[in-house]
Design a protein around this ligand. Sequence first.
Ligand code: DQQ
Length: 581
Amino acid sequence: MTDLKLKVTMDLSVVLVVGSCFGLLGNGVQSDRDDEKLQSLPQDQPYRTGYHFQPPKNWMNDPNGPMYYKGVYHLFYQYNPYAAVWGNITWAHSISYDLVNWIHLDIALSPDDPFDINGCWSGSTTFLSGGKPIILYTGGVTMNRQVQNLAEPKNLSDPMLREWVKSSHNPVITHVDGMDSENFRDPTTAWQGPDGLRRVLVGNEMNSHGRALLYRSRDFVTWTQSKEPVHSSTRTGMWECPDFYPVSIDGKNGVDTSSLDKFRKHVLKASFNSSDHYVLGNYTAVTDNFSVDTDFLDNGSDLRYDYDNFYASKTFFDSAKKRRILWAWIQESDSTTDDVKKTGLVYSHFPRSILLSKTGKQLIQWPVEEIEKQRTVNVRFKNKELKGGSVLEISGITASQSDVEVSFNSSNLKEADLLDPSWVDPQLLCSQKTASVGGNIGPFGILVLASKDLTEQTSIFFRVFRSNEKYVVLMCSDQSRSSLEEGLKKTIYGAFIDIDPLNEMISLRSLIDHSIVESFGGEGRACITARVYPKLAIDNQAYLYAFNNSTFDVNISTLNAWSMKKAQIVSFTKRRKPHLN
Ligand code: DQQ
């Protein structure tokens, strides 16, 4: 173990030991400062997650500036230290060794200067030559305008980077005449072109349409705007939190943001319409030209990271494991008043590694491998026939906090229903053909966070259709029966998924964590995250089932399910006593 690693490990152990001494194991949240209203959380909160990242208390939104520095993963995020609603936005800071267990540190950036007085909004980190990390973030200023600012670590030899100092040059990027300065935010990680200049994108709106402005700089302080945005679209509104990065065509490893490798494509992601949409294309570094393969919201192509609750994401290149990791924000899906009553907390997705698919037409995502060390009790079986109209309980694990992998196949594919050519909207199709609407091959899948009597259930399922001698697979996440509570958002989501059921299994993995269900269809080709609040199916009253509501039988080729350990999330701040959350 290197000295550095030893030092950080020791720091972590100190925190854990001190945390235990304070008797704060379990779900205890210590209310130890004079925060305003809404800060204290019910201790018996059934919706609090076990292994997803969560802030100490109060409100969080976008993940910001994730990075790997000197053996430590850093995550910053939009955070309100005073209340469980958006406001007073700071950059909170947490670190981890393994992307599972976390230590909350002191807030890195607070809105206390004229150039960020209305909030330290989203942004990114970049490594400058010599490996020094630097933050470029949006400052909310007076008159609802936004500017871009820099901050640097105070002590580079501290792998925790506990203190950050804002630049005396701030603001370093401001709007020019004619630009919408109220929608001018969320700078990307910078990349370096062959001319040595750094480039960043900033989200902006022009005539109510989204665009990504390009800026170049030699010293990271003086920035010049390029005449043309790197991309824009008249089909969308404002682009929040753009992200721009290369992906390798061989699909095995992630690549650094500045990579100019020949065998790459570029991804441009923009957050709009409550979703994270992306396009793939070819970026020429010499001219800064980006030509897209298919555009945002093109007919027949609506590429999204996730088809439900997933917003304002950000990726980073993990140089330790040569992978690109994706973080995003999971919102509550209820009214603000109820959100506050329920948890006063929002969460981040479990980090996903992200790669280009073999077809080169889409990205694939998969929970980072570190999650597997949270697995405990295992239930597994192979080759079990699921008769049409049957439900099978998967018992033996903690269904409310689990990781489930299952794959299906059917020997009756030729019986699949015909796909009507007018069925082009997968979400609409899932809403019309819910889990209770039988078809020939599908719906089949799993029922999660279900009550024993099945009155509550969140179903994640597939249907197979025939279309022009080919098969089309639909993946749905049906929350319409997820809770007996009235008035919750119980939308049904769906996506067509690029699986050929003649030649491969129809596979599903779901991370189930009390009120979050992250589902990955076809080994990560389509992802859907549900946020649900069951009344009955909580803790040990939550059950897991496989089901087949088709006319024809399907076969469970393999099923592997695990109970999951709780992640350790502790606070280690100057102002507060260390404690486990
Ligand atoms: N959240 C930030 C903005 C960003 C938005 C403010 C996206 O910078 O555009 O908290 O959720």
